[in-house]
Design a protein around this ligand. Structure first.
Ligand code: EPU
Length: 310
């Protein structure tokens, strides 16, 4: 971007050619052409204005835990909402329920800790779900015990022109691991409703679920969680294991030998290595079972056209 009108907005942290690997749980990814870290909605509006005037695409990254970023990086602006978008408040809705408002950059892990402290029963399912709450709301994160779509009451979004709007639960088009949202809308705040229960009971549930995840899944670092969605009434992990791919490597990427629906980065894996393994798993499962696995992880950046099934 060049020219006098295209100077970055004053006061906003803007990094050029910033490697994105460190901003993701996979630890993989080339540079963002321009990384912007606004710390409030006003700064976010200025960043969106800047992108519009410069005619550059905008990609929003949450906690970076459900994405695979291209080795060739991401063109245009990448916006990350963290500091300043990490506020939280809660108010009782009568004696049995509570409404929580969390900034999009609030971490799921911190929310789970608060759920244990305050007895927010319906948020216990987030135990072990990584990332930010904004990202969790957009990908309908969840586990066997619950999904974000069960608890989201509304979202506050900013559109590409910087206008703020609340979307009520009734307007949200949620499906499995997906929220259909206009691409120009950025979630800045998430409203969640939960039943209240005895904090000790909720903490115990959280502890149990965390333990189960630790046994059944590889650690959060160096992966993006489950790579594929589960097909109806089956498990992608079971299918990938059944075609003999558990432990298969490409470069420094490996189909986890703990849970076959995780691809793990053993060190300096490239996105291309991960995609070779993902494509292999998809092909073998298709040949053997006639089931087409759909990715849950989102691929961002240059070169997406190489994988038409993404
Ligand atoms: N299985 C295998 N081999 C494997 C992995 C699993 O045979 O390598 C079998 C298991 O033995 C079990 C079945 O597959 O019979 C289901 O496995 P698991 O209980 O581990 O759950 P999952 O369906 O693989 C889902 C979510 C996870 C979530 C867990 C626990 C999806 C795609 N995955 O996994 O979510 O943590 O339930 O609630 O919906 C994520 O979305 O990133 C994620 C990790």
């Amino acid at each position: 971007m060049s020219g006098p009108a295209l100077k970055p907005p004053a006061g906003v942290t803007v990094l050029f050619d910033e490697p994105l690997a460190g901003w993701t749980s996979f630890g993989i990814g080339g540079p963002a052409e321009i990384l912007c870290l606004p710390t409030d909605e006003d700064q976010l509006r200025q960043v969106l204005d800047w992108a519009r005037q410069a005619g550059r695409p905008v990609t929003v990254l949450g906690g970076g835990s459900n994405v695979l970023i291209s080795d060739r990086g991401v063109p245009g602006l990448v916006i990350i909402l963290r500091q300043g978008f990490d506020r939280i408040s809660h108010q009782p809705l009568g004696p049995e329920e509570v409404l929580i408002r969390a900034g999009a950059g609030f971490s799921s892990g911190r929310l789970v800790s608060l759920a244990g402290e305050h007895g927010w029963l319906d948020l216990a399912f987030l135990a072990g779900v990584p990332g930010s709450i904004g990202g969790a709301a957009v990908v309908n994160a969840g586990a066997a015990e619950g999904w974000m779509s069960d608890v989201v009451q509304g979202l506050r979004v900013l559109n590409g022109q910087g206008r703020s709007r609340r979307l009520d639960r009734a307007e949200l088009d949620y499906t499995y691991r997906c929220l259909r949202l206009d691409p120009d809308k950025i979630v800045v705040e998430v409203e969640l409703k939960s039943r209240l229960a005895e904090p000790g009971t909720v903490s115990q549930m959280i502890g149990r679920w965390l333990k189960r995840r630790r046994v059944r899944q590889p650690g959060g670092a160096g992966s993006a969680g489950c790579f594929f969605k589960n097909p109806p009434r089956d498990s992608a992990g079971r299918l990938i294991e059944a075609v003999g791919l558990k432990g298969r490597r490409c470069g420094a990427a490996m189909i986890s030998d703990v849970h076959a629906n995780f691809i793990v980065n053993l060190g300096r894996a490239r996105a291309a290595d991960v995609m070779v393994l993902a494509e292999r798993a998809r092909t073998e499962v298709w040949i053997r079972f006639g089931i087409e696995l759909e990715p849950e992880v989102r691929f961002l950046g240059r070169g997406r056209e190489k994988w038409p099934w993404l």
